[in-house]
Design a protein around this ligand. Structure first.
Ligand SMILES: CC(=O)SCCNC(=O)CCNC(=O)[C@H](O)C(C)(C)COP(=O)(O)OP(=O)(O)OC[C@H]1O[C@@H](n2cnc3c(N)ncnc32)[C@H](O)[C@@H]1OP(=O)(O)O
Ligand SMILES: O=C([O-])CC(=O)C(=O)O
Length: 441
């Protein structure tokens, strides 16, 4: 029966490919040359991938006009954490001075707590292997604890956003513990966060049975969070935030929608797929395999004959960047050091070979004129793995960071747009006369 229904659905859904050109449809809301259709304006971040004449350039990412590479280099030089400072920058538009930063850190620490019995009644009662779904469920449940959940005044939305930024790490990690206890039969422990620690340190503290972590581990995680915080208004989850916000919906529903978008394997979910794909490659191709053998296996992945049979090499390619994703470059600088420290050089070398080989294979195989390069999530799963972070938390870590960007964009949409987002779909089916039941075949 279901097969029958499937046949009908396919038969009545397929639209001839040439129609998209005929009606000038911007597939993926992209122009023919791949540039996104202009859907909004923003002060929050800028992504530069072409020069003024439209020629590709190495990618540049700016948060509130500050180059992300400079931000990370300064934090590294001064050997300090930056997630809270860059959250302040993205939300409020300027760099905090020391007093402003201290006060903001205190605000986040005070908000880093869940409603009474929330862990017991919501998180532990609904264990799921999919921590992204647990996050969505928890965010929607939080609305019931907020007496003004549907208030969309800027003051209230900001208040809700600061709460969500503070508690996302708690929800994600407790949800992981719930899954690991009820589905993997491991001991259950729920640590409280510490008001004296940064977001990155608290994540590791809440995750580990003995709350321990090294300064290097926490600083690498802090950089990973900063690199994932924000990426313009057009990425799939932030655009979802704009779309849902434009209908007048509340913060909880909007963020649940953004989470649902982020988990997709072509977006934030790519980090877990990239790590699983590399494990698959490791199992099927020896570390010392020739380039020819490795290339043949990558071609099998592209031809949907290997790994998840979706035809994608995860962690490679980007909708906007061509020559390079600047976040990838920053990340990679940490991977080599970490791999050396953790004795994972052989794996790192395999990653590196795939990173170099895959873009060329995709270009050739998909016959694309566009230069393709690795994106931020090619190495992020490997980094998390080396930090001992379970794979169920890879995409939630992205969400823990991106909630900052979503919040800023939701507020920007509320302040500026006041117009429901509503693009057009042209019907290509000629009208028919309704048929009486007795006359149907
Ligand atoms: C944080 C982030 O969201 S970063 C992105 C994370 N996603 C991934 O790593 C998943 C793998 N990558 C992809 O699927 C794509 O590169 C995307 C979704 C990121 C961008 O997709 P697009 O904007 O369509 O990329 P682009 O226009 O450069 O693609 C050109 C062609 O190459 C293909 N292609 C691009 N990247 C890949 C890839 N990694 N594997 C296989 N094919 C690819 C596209 O499907 C397209 O083929 P088509 O013309 O037959 O449809
Ligand atoms: O911009 C995009 O399309 C995807 C991306 O890199 C992000 O959201 O960080």
């Amino acid at each position: 029966m279901l097969k029958d229904y499937e046949y009908k659905v396919l038969h009545h859904s397929i639209i001839p490919i040439e129609f998209y050109q005929k009606y000038d449809v911007k597939k993926g809301l992209r122009d023919l040359n791949g540039v996104g259709v202009l859907a909004g304006l923003t002060n929050i971040s800028a992504i530069h991938a072409v020069d003024q004449s439209g020629n590709p350039i190495p990618g540049i990412l700016e948060y509130r006009a500050f180059n992300v590479k400079d931000i990370v280099a300064t934090l590294r030089k001064e050997d300090r954490f930056g997630f809270e400072e860059i959250t302040y920058l993205i939300l409020f538009g300027s760099l905090p001075n020391q007093n402003e930063l201290d006060a903001f850190q205190k605000t986040l620490a005070q908000r880093r707590k869940l409603p009474e019995n929330f862990v017991r009644d919501v998180i532990l009662s609904h264990p799921s292997e999919d921590v992204m779904n647990s996050l969505s469920l928890s965010i929607l449940s939080l609305a019931s604890y907020d007496g003004r959940s549907t208030d969309i005044s800027i003051e209230k939305v900001l208040d809700q956003s600061l709460d969500l930024i503070s508690i996302f790490p708690l929800i994600a990690i407790y949800a992981y513990h719930s899954h690991s206890h009820y589905h993997e039969f491991k001991s259950l422990y729920i640590h409280y966060p510490s008001a004296d620690l940064t977001t990155a340190e608290n994540i590791l503290r809440l995750l580990r049975p003995d709350c321990s972590y090294t300064d290097t581990e926490a600083k690498v995680l802090d950089i990973a969070l900063i690199l994932h915080m924000e990426h313009g208004g057009g990425n799939n989850s932030t655009f979802t935030t704009h779309v849902v916000t434009s209908s007048g919906s509340d913060t909880y529903a909007t963020i649940a929608a953004a989470l649902s978008s982020l988990k997709g394997p072509k977006h934030g979910g790519a980090n877990i797929r990239a790590a699983k794909m590399l494990n698959d490659i490791r199992e099927n191709v020896a570390y010392d395999a020739s380039d020819e053998v490795l290339s043949d296996y990558l071609l099998k992945i592209l031809n949907k004959q290997a790994f998840d049979q979706k035809g994608l090499i995860y962690g490679i390619g980007h909708a906007i960047y061509t020559i390079s994703d600047p976040r990838f470059e920053v990340f990679k600088a940490y991977v080599a050091d970490l791999a050396f420290e953790k004795g994972r050089i052989e794996e790192f070398k395999l990653y590196e070979r795939v990173e170099k080989m895959a873009p060329r294979l995709i270009q050739k195989h998909r016959k694309t004129y566009k230069t393709i390069s690795p994106n931020i999530d090619f190495y992020s799963g490997f980094v998390y793995e080396m930090l001992g972070i379970p794979k169920e938390l890879y995409t939630p870590l992205f969400a823990i960071a991106r909630i900052v960007g979503w919040s800023a964009h939701r507020i920007e949409e509320l302040i500026n747009m006041n117009k429901i987002i509503r693009p057009a779909y042209e019907s290509v089916l000629p009208s028919q006369k309704y048929i009486d039941m007795k006359d149907r075949k």
